[in-house]
Design a protein. Structure first.
Ligand SMILES: *Cc1c(COP(=O)(O)O)cnc(C)c1O
Length: 340
């Protein structure tokens, strides 16, 4: 079995999750009659500090429903230039919501309130309307960077004071909360809507949750149905999601420790590594005398998997199936492929 650092999405459900799936009480969720889905949505809304929540198939679907629900086509949406919504969702905000993106380069994922103020459109017959700001926390392409509640507050106020709503792509928001030892609601209070993934470090097999006001979620539910995301006895997949939220959050700290340990080891091998705040480690491969693809091929031959982020940047992600021994084995493999 290779040591798989490609993503925390590779985590498989726990034994307890599998039992919960078998035993789940289910009904037709399109009629609102699946008790397990209803329980997950209520629990998620409470944890995220919102009135209501919606179980969705993926993080991408949650983000897209948010943009569809917040905006009308032709609106402008501000987002960080390397954000998942812009970079990794197949152009869906253009294809589905028909919105125009206004990207801003952030500093480790953070867009300053000044940059937001400059980007929001004034009323002018020539201009689109700025409807939404999207934030991402932790920020994936910035290397799992954490945006503090204070930084979120500044961005939220810059947007809200100009009539712009805020959506938080919190695919790994629980990692941010654990890293800063803060409550999840310390972050979500600075967003009108939030999407969190259950299927990454939290180990559920499938799904995300979108949360917001009751009216917003009702409208998002309509969009979800329209996109073919109305699921029937979805309690079978919601049941492990409940355990993801109630049982799996504190252990994320272990993933963060192992990521730091991996980063230290890579630096000792003279590689340049981006600062590590959560479970993502970005390594530059130039000093190994290889591009990212070559680096990954060599590692794969030694049973270690990761992904390339650009020409000479590789991402390692720690998760529940990565042990201390795996960190050591990965470092040994990297050492073996470095030029003498
Ligand atoms: C993984 C991820 C998503 C999308 O989640 P999927 O379930 O893979 O669609 C969205 N945003 C960020 C920041 C992510 O890391």
């Amino acid at each position: 079995m290779p040591i798989d650092f490609r993503s925390d999405t590779v985590t498989k459900p726990t034994e307890e999750m599998k039992r919960a799936m078998l035993e789940a009480e289910v009904g037709d969720d399109v009629y609102g009659e699946d008790p397990t889905v209803n329980r997950l949505e209520k629990l998620a809304a409470e944890i995220l500090g919102k009135e209501a929540a919606l179980f969705v198939t993926s993080g991408t679907q949650g983000n897209q429903l948010a943009v569809l629900t917040h905006c009308v086509n032709g609106d402008e949406v501000i987002m960080e230039a390397d954000s998942h919504i812009f970079y990794s969702e197949g152009g869906a905000v253009a294809a589905l919501a028909g919105v125009q993106t206004r990207t801003i380069n952030g500093e480790r994922g953070v867009i300053t309130p000044e940059a937001i103020a400059r980007a929001v459109r004034s009323r002018n017959i020539h201009f689109p309307r700025t409807r939404l700001l999207c934030m991402e926390n932790t920020h994936n392409r910035a290397g799992g960077a954490v945006i503090s509640p204070e930084q979120m507050k500044a961005a939220y106020e810059a947007a809200h004071s100009r009539g712009v709503a805020v959506h938080l792509d919190g695919a790994r928001l629980f990692n941010a909360a654990v890293a800063l030892k803060r409550e999840i609601s310390d972050f979500t209070r600075y967003a009108d809507t939030v999407q969190v993934c259950l299927s990454k470090g939290l180990s559920a097999p499938i799904g995300s949750v979108l949360a917001g006001s009751r009216d917003f979620i009702e409208e998002a539910r309509w969009w979800r149905k329209k996109l073919g995301g109305g699921m029937r006895q979805a309690g079978y997949i919601a049941a492990p999601g409940i355990l993801a939220l109630t049982e799996m959050v504190p252990r994320l700290e272990e993933d963060h420790h192992r990521a730091k340990r991996l980063a230290e080891g890579l630096r000792q091998l003279s590689l340049t590594v981006e600062p590590v705040e959560t479970n993502i480690v970005l390594v530059h491969t130039e000093r190994a005398g290889m591009n990212a693809v070559q680096f990954l091929e060599q590692l794969a031959e030694r049973g270690v998997l990761a992904v390339d982020f650009d020409e000479s940047l590789v991402r390692f992600t720690t998760h529940r199936h990565i042990t201390d021994q795996d960190i050591q084995a990965a470092l040994t493999a990297v050492e073996a492929i470095l030029p003498a």
